[in-house]
Design a protein around this ligand. Structure first.
Ligand code: NAP
Ligand code: F7E
Length: 342
């Protein structure tokens, strides 16, 4: 009898998809990854770096393709990570964001139901701290938890809130095992360069190597609760191994401003004063901002035994080291040591 467990991961080409595929493979799963588009530029990288992943074509906005993906793989676990996930982009493309990040969740849940797998297949839904919004009236001093009020501040946050509630509704209506991870920001070497942390570490590496002169950013005062993506995908997996389907916050329990991130990132390459290198550009500011996010992960720690291993300093340090090595390699340069500041 074949006892290998099967997982279907949407968003396989994204940051979390890559970390999660590694974890699931190490845990002995057969991993299937949903990939979209006629020619996805990330297909080759996935095939090279994650050769054990079976890629299956589909788009979250195309229900038929999702039914086909679920039917052909009959997964024990579905991890729905696919989304338009960039908050700034969601303001410019709100309809697409609603279709993918919101209604796409319904397409996944319906696919599981229509293929007769509602009683056996477990589903993870990627919910987000962006659903809270960081406003004074709903901001608890000890950090947002599973009971906190929602007040999303972007088309992305609103679409995610629909995904969150439709997932809970299917859990309650049909008894499906669907767990929602309310994850605070998590970053790492696979983070897209359009997100602020990787944009900074990528630029810091290039500035240190003499490949770039300045870094353009938006507002520097917002605060985020940042953790390492590798720690957070373990939490996703733990949610589906738990006895009960539920909602769980994953967070570091600390909050830091973008200025603090800049301090640490530039210090990693020996630059103590980053101000001459950073230019503020309104182009990167948003119509509505989430001022501060701080999460309280005590439920996940207590009930799932989840712990983060990488702290804020460790996160910045590993991202800068990765980008220095990558940029040096790409440009045929030596990796400099931090002390040799130009
Ligand atoms: P990401 O790097 O932006 O990856 C998003 C993935 O979604 C990509 O694989 C992308 O594929 C795929 N996708 C986009 N539109 C699609 C469509 N129409 N059909 C199928 N796939 C589509 O995001 P991430 O950081 O890994 O985050 C994973 C999930 O967690 C997302 O749902 C995100 O919203 C949520 N989340 C992230 C964080 C965080 O801090 N990272 C925190 C809370 C929640 P392409 O390569 O084809 O574009
Ligand atoms: O912005 C500010 C920006 O785009 C963080 C997604 O994974 O986490 C992420 O959403 C902060 C914001 O992440 C730039 O205004 C300044 O205050 O890195 P970000 P995010 O918006 O927090 C949540 C939890 C998700 O669920 C999302 O999917 O940084 N900021 N200057 C900038 N941000 C960007 N991207 N680029 C700038 O130049």
């Amino acid at each position: 009898m074949n006892t290998t467990r099967t997982a279907l991961v949407t968003g396989i080409t994204g940051q979390d998809g890559r970390h999660l595929a590694e974890l699931l493979h190490a845990e002995g799963y057969a991993v299937h990854g949903l990939i979209r588009g006629q020619h996805n530029p990330r297909r080759e990288a996935i095939a090279r770096e994650l050769p054990y992943v079976e890629l299956i074509e589909g788009d979250l906005t195309d229900p038929t393709s999702i039914v086909r993906a679920v039917e052909s793989t009959r997964p024990d676990e579905v991890y729905n990570l696919a989304a338009i996930s960039h908050v700034g982009y969601s303001f410019k493309n709100p309809t697409l964001t609603a279709d993918v990040t919101g209604k796409g969740v319904l397409n996944v849940l319906e696919a599981v139901r229509l293929t007769g797998l509602a009683e056996t297949t477990k589903v993870y839904q990627a919910s987000t701290s962006e659903m809270f919004g960081g406003l004074d009236y709903n901001r608890p001093g000890s950090g947002y938890n599973e009971e906190s009020l929602f007040h999303p501040r972007s088309p992305y946050g609103v679409a995610k809130l629909y995904g969150h509630w439709i997932a809970k509704n299917y859990r309650e209506s049909y008894g499906m095992f669907i767990s929602c991870g309310i994850l605070f920001n998590h970053e790492g070497e696979h983070r897209g360069v359009e997100f602020v942390t990787r944009k900074i570490t990528h630029a810091v590496a290039r500035i240190k190597l003499g490949l770039q002169e300045t870094l353009e950013l938006g507002d520097l005062w917002p605060k985020r609760d940042w953790g390492y993506a590798g720690d957070y995908v373990r939490g996703m997996w733990l949610m589906l191994q738990h006895g009960i389907a539920d909602d769980f916050v994953l967070a570091s329990g600390e909050t830091h401003s973008i200025e603090e991130f800049l301090d640490l990132a530039f210090a990693e390459v020996g630059i103590e004063d980053w101000k001459p290198y950073v230019v503020q550009n309104p182009k990167f500011m948003r119509p509505a901002e989430v001022d501060i996010l701080l999460g309280d992960p005590s439920k996940a720690e207590r009930e799932l035994g989840w712990r983060r291993e990488v702290d804020f300093h460790g996160l910045v340090s590993r991202m800068v080291a990765h980008d220095l090595a990558e940029q040096a390699g790409l440009n045929g340069l030596e990796v400099p040591n931090a002390a040799s500041v130009s």
